[in-house]
Design a protein around this ligand. Sequence first.
Ligand code: HEM
Length: 171
Amino acid sequence: MNPRNSGPKSDQAPVSRRHRVADDAGDRLLRYESVDEASIRVMVQTFYGCIREHPRLGEIFSRRLEGRWDEHLLKMESFWQSVLLKNGAYKGKPVPAHMKQKELVSSDYGEWLTVFRPVVRELFVPDLADEIIMVAERIAQSLWLATFGFAAATPPPELSVTTSEWGGSSR
Ligand code: HEM
């Protein structure tokens, strides 16, 4: 889905347009120049509108969230508020929520970002978009490590040092 066509309709959400400014890039699209609860709501709604159409990730979300979408979107709004506004709205645990999704494959986090980045670039002025994307990339990396890091992890060096061998108890 093109993020440009996927935001909530004007009669559905009180989008605070006064926070959006004309973009200098020439396409005259209004973009948010600050992050607040209203712009986060639009980001979350737009992103999930797009990811639901992703051929692989859309299926995963649909299977897991059937009948629970409203709850998930509210949760994700509070998550992004906590991350970007630091208001402590989110109390959950993202790592176990992803570790239990056994169908995930390593490339899924990269795919997630390929959907997230253009949504954020479409909605926010470039500097702000860069910051939000960087934060999302860091979280995606730590979720990836939690989900897949074990296979790639190197055991601690002391597990392969052969020179320091235990000489047995002196007693
Ligand atoms: C591999 C890509 C991803 C997939 C397929 C995915 C899928 C899901 C699904 C299906 C849930 C709902 C779990 C449930 O309630 O049963 C969920 C929850 C969540 N996801 Fe993701 N996710 C992905 C990446 C990310 C990334 C990169 C972030 C953050 C930047 C994120 C943040 C969250 C958070 C905060 C929750 C709520 C956890 C909770 O408190 O229950 N996810 N995700």
